[in-house]
Design a protein around this ligand. Structure first.
Ligand code: LLP
Length: 381
């Protein structure tokens, strides 16, 4: 039986997320193979997809977790990540989230401001637990991606200005409740050329020289996430170019003796293993257009409405039907609830199944109950 038929025969209601476990495992193996024996550690960015089934597979493979909320820390611990392999980032960690991180014994807080550094120190002192920290430095690099997902520019809210790096280091040195472990960076997401990563590494080399001159040694430098995937040809490019990515990083970064390079890949790990499966509610003949109205909407997959992103759409029920042109839309009461304009697809009829591809990252994790619609479920193949 075809894999997709197994899901459809299981009786699960559409829309639902379908995950190809084999592809996820192959992707994880390719990451490990591309790293080889180089001193690189990957923390999976849980925000991309925090479904328990996905987290379990990734934790089993020995990856760490990059979390941005108390909820993500709890989900990561629950899915089997070792607390020491859990890092906690985010510009607005609340006191209770910081305390949770400390009590769980997480490996590092990625600190986004000098203000936050002092807050973490005082909570660490009141808990009697030393806080491991890395300073997130804003390197002011343009990642040339969608402005909503560009994070490494000075105009963005993220990170400590590079001018304040030495002061951040001093605060750590002067406070017995802080242990400085590394530097952290993240310049943006869905980056499809290696150049921004290379520029980042060169920039980090400069920061490390400044730290050398004041005698500071760090365990790791963390370059964040951001490696993009191919949304246009997902069936040909199922696995992102990890080899080129790690080669670009390792040939440009100058690690110090015993230092490790960390990265926080999210999208590139899980995007291609997930599809949103939906049914055609009806095909509406408009004056100028045909609308294929799906039972999946922007509440299930927000990326097209929020970023104007396009995910490839496939007619699963009759792939060989003659091609026709459709606007593929959802049922939600917003004009932005649209998955594709002027899409050429094999003729769609009421009841047909479609797959919206490359939806494993920032799909289910960004779903909402807008219009009081239920959250989409997941099915693992
Ligand atoms: N590390 C940090 C500090 C981050 O902010 C992010 C993503 C990552 C790692 C993982 O980046 P990735 O490898 O997945 O590119 N919702 C948007 C993407 C937002 C990314 C936010 N930060 C989308 O659907 O395109």
């Amino acid at each position: 039986m075809k894999a997709i038929d197994r899901a459809l025969n299981s009786g699960i209601a559409t829309p639902f997320y379908l995950y190809d476990v084999r592809l996820l495992e192959d992707t994880l193996s390719e990451i490990r193979r591309s790293i080889g024996d180089r001193p690189v550690k990957v923390h999976y960015a849980v925000k991309a997809n925090g479904t328990t089934g996905i987290l379990r597979i990734i934790s089993r493979e020995g990856f760490g977790a990059d979390c941005v909320s108390g909820g993500e820390i709890e989900a990561a611990v629950h899915a089997g990540f070792r607390p020491a392999d859990i890092f906690f980032a985010g510009v607005g960690k609340t006191d209770s989230e910081i305390e949770l991180g400390l009590r769980q014994g997480i490996g590092c807080f990625n600190v986004e401001s000098l203000e936050e550094l002092r807050i973490i120190a005082s909570i660490a002192e009141s808990c009697g637990i030393k806080a491991p920290v890395a300073l997130r430095i804003n390197p002011n690099i343009d990642a040339h991606t969608h402005h909503y997902i560009t994070t490494g520019l000075e105009e963005n809210k993220f990170g400590i200005s590079a001018d304040d790096m030495e002061e951040g280091v001093r605060i750590c040195m002067d406070n017995a409740w802080l242990k400085l472990r590394g530097l952290h960076f993240h310049i943006g997401s869905q980056i499809t050329t290696m150049e921004p990563f290379m520029i980042l590494c060169e920039r980090i080399n400069g920061y490390q020289e400044r730290l050398d001159s004041i005698g500071v040694k760090l365990e790791f430098v963390n370059v964040g996430g951001g490696l993009g995937i191919d949304y246009d040809n997902p069936e040909e490019n199922t696995i992102p170019p990890f080899q080129a990515y790690f080669d670009a990083l390792m040939s440009h970064i100058r690690l110090r003796e015993g230092q490790t390079l960390h990265c926080e890949l999210g999208r590139s790990v899980v995007a291609q293993c997930g599809s949103l499966i939906s049914r055609v509610v009806l095909v509406k003949k408009g004056k100028e257009k045909n609308f294929a109205v799906l039972d999946a909407g922007m509440n299930d997959l927000l990326r097209p409405a929020l970023y104007g992103a396009h995910h490839k759409i496939v007619n699963l029920s009759s792939p060989d039907a003659p091609m026709e042109k459709y606007d593929v839309v959802g049922p939600v009461c917003e004009s932005s609830d649209c998955f594709g304009i002027d899409e050429m697809l094999p003729r769609l009829r009421r009841g047909d199944y479609v797959a919206i591809l490359s939806a494993g990252a920032y799909g289910q994790s960004m779903a909402s109950t807008y219009n009081m619609r239920p959250l989409p479920r997941s099915f693992f193949l």
